[in-house]
Design a protein. Structure first.
Length: 662
């Protein structure tokens, strides 16, 4: 059932609102149904034999009398059992999809439910729908609520309030917060789900008693000059408190690094790197080697790379073992290129086991390292930093390198900034001061400078100008490869100048290859620039890795992607792990640099127009930065130096300790 509608871009379309799945009743219908391959083990020939033997009763035999299948030529006991089991699986999927449709839940979620609960998914969610809130973060509570309503369960049930609290705590975590204030939590319950404050507080008390939540009674709130209760998910509380305690213990161990002075540092760096350090750089390095933990901060061009290379050279001369790591695969590769030594992702360094969600390296099995250097440390969240510190020996040194003015970690917390003793001196970058950068204004794409702004208020024209820059202006004027060396960075995924639409526009003009497969939410072609979206330790491909599709095999239903010289094969069912990468989000660009970047800025991006986002985006460009869009949007970003304050008490827990901050 549905209705016809006119789409402004695609014209007449039929929007399906509901449907029924009915099995064929006629002999010919049953034959065609089974010939389709929908039941594993039954192909075209076997379908003909089954229908010839059982006629219109074929489906009933398969479902209720599988022993009769032995009467058909080519079917033995094993084959009959296989067909029967395949039918049961198929029937379970059909029943689940029908139930979800009747409950008003997207049937596409059936795959997620089957993966989580198996073929007994329907029985499990019917008996306890709110288990979804715990087991499937994000969408689980909404599905549970719809299903519970379908089953006639009361909206005022205590289990609904408890599930709602867990859902909202996960939501706070997704927003970057480590905890939520009690009154914030109860207010969201009431505003979003009509759960009264009293019922919400009772649910929080129940969850606290069961150990799912941790409540800290007094937290100072400077802006309101009063105390509030802070509510934590248990795992996040353990991570934050454990991180603080581990760091305090770590800093309590004195540093003993004999036989090192500025003269030796200078000689070793000059010999290994052919770099003559200034007296100021030497003084900084000498201080670094006298501290157990050090944070090196600063924007591009402030000398972080020279310090990292110098530290490596000195430690190598002393015969010390160093471990190099970064939060992402791209950042680790870049660190390796800078130091000419192996660098790993933090997850790989710690031996993350994706099956058990555990780390092999921990207090009982620490890293074998005299020093651990972490680059792009601003991207490390509370969970990961907790596990990292647990794995570093108490006699080792920890050196964290990062730019605190970039966007914070995607995961909860604001770790690097919280660990700093005080603010670093702002560099000369005008954006960090909230001042408009010096820009060459032009509406002629061919008239390029190293850093300039194209003012354009029409989103459609912004998209077409970006296509023109990539296909003609930048390659002709600068010689950059539009696919390999030019990266479009945008704040959002949706909209005319979001990643989704821009990728479609750029794919069309940059990759005319006619061979196309439609998979997940993308159409892929050989030659496409793609990004891997989540860590896959089996394939050894990580979130944010960018590669090129080198082949598509429709018969095998596989495609192959070249990631940094290594071919990785994806089954068509795995292509949801890929997206087009001609345009990517600013968040995904962290830890990477590109010869040229194009950054659309529109007021439609209002919610994300922040100074640190703009700063992060423009510092990704090595030789060319092009801002294109509305001057008003640029002004909004420059003025907005107050990104939403993340709720974390790590800084308070560390208030009696100080880290060296260079």
């Amino acid at each position: 059932m549905g209705e016809w509608e006119t789409h402004p871009k695609y014209g007449q379309q039929f929007r399906i609102k509901s449907y029924d799945v009915t099995l064929p009743a006629s002999v010919e219908g049953i034959r065609n149904y089974l010939k389709s391959g929908i039941i594993k083990g039954i192909g075209r020939l076997m379908a003909g034999r089954l229908v010839k033997r059982f006629g219109a009763d074929t489906l009933n035999v398969i479902e209720n009398c599988p022993e009769k299948l032995l009467e058909v030529e080519g079917i033995g006991k094993t084959k009959a059992a296989s067909i029967s089991n395949a039918w049961k699986d198929h029937h379970a999927i059909r029943s689940l999809m029908q139930f979800l449709q009747e409950a008003g839940v997207k049937t596409s979620y059936s795959a997620i439910l089957l993966k989580e609960y198996g073929l007994d998914a329907l029985n499990i969610i019917q008996s306890n729908p709110y288990c979804l809130a715990n087991d499937i973060p994000g969408i689980g509570f909404y599905m549970a609520d719809a299903i519970a309503l379908k089953l006639g369960k009361s909206e005022n049930k205590p289990e609904r309030a408890r599930a709602c609290i867990i859902h909202l705590m996960q939501q706070f975590s997704n927003e970057g917060h480590v905890f939520a204030y009690l009154d914030q939590l109860t207010a969201r319950c009431k505003n979003l789900f009509q759960i009264e404050s009293e019922a919400a507080e009772e649910a929080i008390e129940d969850l606290s008693a069961s150990g799912d939540l941790i409540i800290e009674n007094k937290v100072e709130v400077p802006d309101k000059k009063r105390d509030k209760k802070a509510v934590y998910l248990k795992a996040l509380h353990q991570a934050e408190a454990g991180l603080a305690n581990r760091l305090k213990a770590f800093l309590s161990v004195p540093v003993v690094l004999q036989g090192i002075d500025t003269e030796q540092i200078s000689n070793e760096v000059l010999k290994k790197l052919a770099i003559k350090l200034s007296q100021e750089q030497l003084n900084v390095l000498e201080k670094i080697f006298s501290h157990r933990a050090v944070i090196i901060t600063g924007g591009p061009g402030t000398g972080k790379t020279t310090l990292i290379r110098s530290i490596n050279a000195v430690f190598k001369a002393l015969g010390k073992q160093i471990s190099l790591a970064a939060p992402t695969g791209r950042a680790a590769r870049r660190l390796s290129e800078l130091t000419h030594r192996e660098a790993k992702t933090i997850h790989r360094l710690l031996g993350y086991n994706f099956k058990d969600n555990l780390f092999d390296k921990n207090r009982d099995n620490p890293l074998d390292a005299d020093a651990v250097i972490i680059d792009e440390a601003s991207m490390v969240d509370t969970y990961l930093m907790f596990h990292l510190l647990n794995a570093i020996p108490m006699t080792s040194m920890l050196i964290m390198v990062g730019d605190v003015f970039q966007l914070p970690s995607v995961g909860p917390g604001n770790v690097l900034d919280d660990m700093r003793e005080s603010s670093i001196v702002l560099n000369a970058h005008r954006v960090l001061k909230g001042e408009s950068p010096f820009l060459k204004h032009t509406n002629e794409p061919a008239d390029l400078s190293e850093f300039y702004f194209i003012e354009q208020n029409d989103p459609e024209k912004v998209a077409s100008t970006i296509a023109e820059l990539c296909t003609r202006a930048i390659p002709e004027c600068f010689g950059f490869d539009p696919v390999k060396e030019v990266q479009v960075l945008t704040p959002m995924h949706k909209g005319v100048v979001g990643t989704i639409n821009l990728n479609q526009v750029l794919q069309k003009v940059l990759n005319p290859n006619p061979v196309t497969i439609n998979a997940a939410n993308n159409s892929f072609k050989p030659g496409d620039k793609v990004m891997h979206l989540k860590n896959n330790y089996q394939k050894e491909v990580f979130n944010g890795d960018i590669g090129t599709i080198i082949s598509i095999d429709s018969k095998k239903e596989e495609l192959s992607v070249d990631f940094y010289g290594r071919a990785v094969t994806y089954d068509f069912t795995e292509t949801n792990e890929l997206s087009l990468a001609y345009a990517i989000s600013v968040h995904k660009s962290q830890g990477s640099e590109y010869p040229a970047v194009i950054i659309p800025l529109m007021t439609q991006h209002y919610a994300l127009l922040q100074r640190n986002l703009l700063y992060t985006a423009i510092t990704r460009g090595e030789k060319l930065v092009i801002l294109i869009g509305m001057k008003k949007a640029l002004d909004i970003a420059l003025k907005n130096d107050r990104p939403r304050q993340r709720l974390s008490m790590l800084a308070d827990r560390l208030s009696t300790y100080r880290l060296s901050d260079k």
